[in-house]
Design a protein around this ligand. Structure first.
Ligand SMILES: *Cc1c(COP(=O)(O)O)cnc(C)c1O
Length: 449
């Protein structure tokens, strides 16, 4: 598979998976996109409902990494990366796809764990360590830190805005040590991102270190996220829902066999949604998507008006989605040129903090299920879309992108105590150990020396 930049003359910029993954961003500043989205073989497509998650991961990722990662290596890699489940459950009147059973209790573990293992393989035998620089507003940093923790030949530096991540997120980012360093930047998330970008363009630093990025623009994080969509769509299509959680799905959202599913995706930078579209294009039985954002709604507005405007981000209680200028917009338009085509597959919707809080309280009251603020945006967004539009029936699944205990400060006052999963109790016990730096490039360069 070749990868092209979203910007310049496409045919002139084709690179391998290894190059696209290890450099992150194309030299012209664009994002890498695969040249095609290869369809599943009929055999695989018809078996998605019965295959193991690891086998679906293998079949989904394989065409994108050939020939750089041989089949046998990929097989071991997905076994090792995906040692946890992505259950599809009935909750109240719909399905929920729980993506928070990885080590940092957010869906970003799926991408980060694959990326870390892929990088370790692609860099085998090199004597200089690969240095990952990543800016985070909270969840990415923890997932990347855990993904790469203890991986040979890789060093990680995570930049986060000091005092603006939750205490738990800070422990996930800065509590590991080893090959993971944390920098608490006296500034905003935008400052962190600016520092990372400036560092990547610093000729001196590029001579000293082999640098790479690990945010959601990296294809190595994006592609593995297509896997859980295909797995869940297969399960819904064959009627093999994992377990009854809190009541049977009823009415219009019923999982009727042989019906393609609609996913509602809580969205910020739109990497997750892009991966879902990859799964649809590859032939997984998916009807379409609802892209639910908080008030940072550049893309829902684009879908409605046809006019795209990058904005400054506004702070909300679903802070991992506070993105005013979603990077993956460029990928969406590179793959699906026409607005009409995109509209056919995706409906946009935006949810206020007020309605997010109301939803967390209501869903807990009626079903006993705890939604984190991001998942609650998805739940409510689906309600808003179904109320306004005449949407076809068929199963609806909301992606649960984080465990509610990760955002206990917001959720608990609305629901009462949340049971804490073991991965998070372990993180709570760690002591964060970060170096504080001013939001200046000289300070970052010094910290990296
Ligand atoms: C990152 C994140 C999102 C947004 O995902 P994108 O791929 O950036 O759209 C949603 N929910 C949670 C919990 C996240 O950590």
């Amino acid at each position: 598979m070749l990868y092209y930049s979203t910007r310049k003359n496409r045919k002139a910029t084709g690179v391998s998976f290894a190059a696209a993954a290890l450099t992150g961003l194309a030299p012209d500043g664009g994002l890498y996109v695969p040249e095609t989205l290869p369809p599943y073989s009929p055999g695989v497509r018809n078996s998605l409902g019965s295959m193991t998650f690891q086998d679906i991961a293998f079949e989904t990722i394989k065409p994108y990494v050939t020939p750089d990662i041989p089949d046998a290596v990929l097989g071991d890699l997905v076994q090792d990366a995906y040692s946890f489940d992505a259950p599809l459950l009935h909750v109240g009147d719909r399905l929920v796809l729980e993506l928070f059973h990885g080590p940092t209790a957010a869906f970003k573990d799926f991408g980060a764990r694959f990326m870390a293992r892929a990088f370790a393989y692609l860099r085998r035998g090199e004597d200089k360590a690969l240095h990952i620089l990543v800016a985070t507003s909270g969840d990415t940093g923890g997932a990347v830190a855990h993904g790469f923790y203890g991986v040979d030949g890789v060093k990680v530096t995570v930049l986060y805005p000091k005092g603006q991540v939750t205490p738990l997120q800070e422990r996930q980012i800065a509590g590991l040590g080893g090959n993971v360093s944390a920098l608490a930047v006296e500034g905003s998330f935008d400052d962190c991102q600016r520092l990372v970008k400036t560092a990547f363009n610093n000729e001196d630093l590029k001579k000293r270190l082999v640098l790479s990025s690990a945010n959601s623009i990296n294809v190595a994080r994006l592609i593995p996220q297509a896997v859980y969509y295909a797995a869940a769509a297969g399960k819904a299509f064959t009627g093999t829902i994992d377990a009854l959680k809190t009541g049977e799905a009823v009415g219009k959202f019923r999982a009727v066999e042989k019906q393609p599913i609609t996913f509602c995706v809580p969205s910020g930078n739109f990497g997750n949604l892009t991966a879902g579209l990859y799964a649809l294009e590859m032939g997984a039985p998916i009807r379409g998507f609802i892209a639910a954002t908080n008030v940072n709604k550049s893309i829902p507005d684009y879908l409605e008006t046809g006019y795209y405007e990058a904005r400054f981000s506004k702070a909300t209680i679903s802070n991992a989605m506070d993105v005013g200028s979603p990077s993956n917009f460029e990928r969406l338009t590179a793959h699906w040129f026409s607005l009409k085509e995109l509209r056919r597959m995706v409906r946009g919707v935006s949810v206020s903090d007020d309605n997010t809080r109301k939803t967390i309280a209501e869903v807990h009251k009626t079903t006993g299920y705890f939604l984190d603020p991001h998942t609650a945006v998805g739940w409510r967004g689906a309600d808003q879309v179904y109320a306004e539009h005449n949407v076809p029936t068929g199963p609806l699944a909301v992606l649960a992108t984080a465990h509610p205990a990760k955002f206990a400060e917001t959720v608990q006052p609305l629901t009462g105590p949340i049971p804490i999963p073991p991965s998070l109790s372990k993180a709570i016990e760690r002591k964060p150990n970060a170096q504080t730096i001013p939001a200046e490039i000289s300070a970052l360069l010094e910290a990296l020396s």
